[in-house]
Design a protein around this ligand. Sequence first.
Ligand code: NDP
Length: 449
Amino acid sequence: MLKSEYLQRVYTGVITRDPDQREFHQAVLEVLESLDLIVDQHPEYEERGIIETFVEPERMICFRVPWDDDQGRVHVNRGYRIQFSSAIGPYKGGLRFHPTVNLSILKFLGFEQILKNSLTGLPMGGAKGGSDFDPKGKSDTEVMRFCQSFMTELNRHIGQFVDVPAGDIGVGAREIGYLFGQYRRVRGSYDAGVLTGKGLSFGGSLVRTEATGYGLCYLTEEMLKCMKKESFEGKTVVISGSGNVAIFATEKAAQLGGKVVALSDSNGYIHDPSGIDLDVVKDIKLGHRGRIREYADRVPGSTYTEGFRGIWNIPCDIALPCATQNEIDGSIAKTIVKNGVMAVAEGANMPCLPEAIRVFQEAGVLFAPAKAANAGGVATSGLEMSQNSMRYSWSFEEVDRRLRDIMVNIFHNAYNASQECGVPGDLVVGANIAGFLKVSQVMVAQGLI
Ligand code: NDP
């Protein structure tokens, strides 16, 4: 129950309007709980209807995506783009291709994206999109035909000054390439700035591939340094997932002196007590889109266990969940705490349920929420947009330096906001408030409400 009668009314309205959208309710409630600490100082929120405006997307686009498989059979998927907020810049957020995609998941992701993008300090609004299409097990030509059909509809809703999609689960460099090719074909114009995460030879940015995982570790390192006078050096790290975010978090954690001992996919997890050999993982996942279980066949001394949640029984100093939402519940969080964890930072979006976050915070474990911790991906997408506008490319070192600076700033903005709200070190509250204040001020300044 929220303290503020106004916020409680807004939350009840969200549930009544879309009673089945559980993930969206969860994301909204977390933000409203933070705003509960400051709403009394801002009577204009209620007077101007700011919060009820903020929780409703500006626009929701839903369309059919017919495509032919290699046998010539027609399949029909559903495509979406949730253009949640364009207050501080063009809509910006990834596309997810996964069978679990629905309105609730995309609204939660788009909502989070508003605050995340605000925290980066770059001029980007919030959006998310995708489809219930499953790229797993599909041939390259099937994925290409799907992407072409998807973009045939989506193209009329996006543009470098309107909405700039990027990748997410199931949408990597291959899919972005097909999507960009189709955009170019149907629009007859080379608008490199319409998508981010592009290949380096057609407008992509160095470090974009690595950015979310690297950024996660930069923010975690800063949090460890400022809040515990600690670092990655000599620490045991467990990372869930084995996709884009997990792979490059593993790389950076190791570069910073940590030892990553476990990775997973949706079937199970590997444990390598002597430290994950990332070359083998890259060969399996990036080389031939294989399953993580292959690692145990190739690396002596490592093991594979069925069931992806078991990974959290492995003791670690630093836990980086990088797979998907709602992976860690209260009971898994208690196990992680019992095993002596010092810091948890969310690489995935909303991997920890609210009760898990409470367990970590009550145990004094440092906790960095996704909207701060995984903002490196979208921040580097913002840097890709800048480079596209300038028709110029920065070096790897230049982009990496800017990414690191942005992540360090995000940590301090969230940390300072948590202190100002009287809950020092609560980065959930800090990130929500720091992100929200900027967007709400712009909404008022632009007369958007
Ligand atoms: P990928 O598709 O590259 O990898 C996703 C990984 O998570 C895979 O190992 C996948 O295993 C696993 N996974 C997916 N669904 C489940 C599930 N239901 N249970 C267990 N494991 C699962 O995606 P990314 O690495 O890009 O994204 C991971 C997370 O990070 C997502 O929450 C995404 O929203 C978030 N994120 C990504 C950004 C980016 O730049 N890529 C930016 C910010 C956030 P399997 O192969 O078996 O499906």
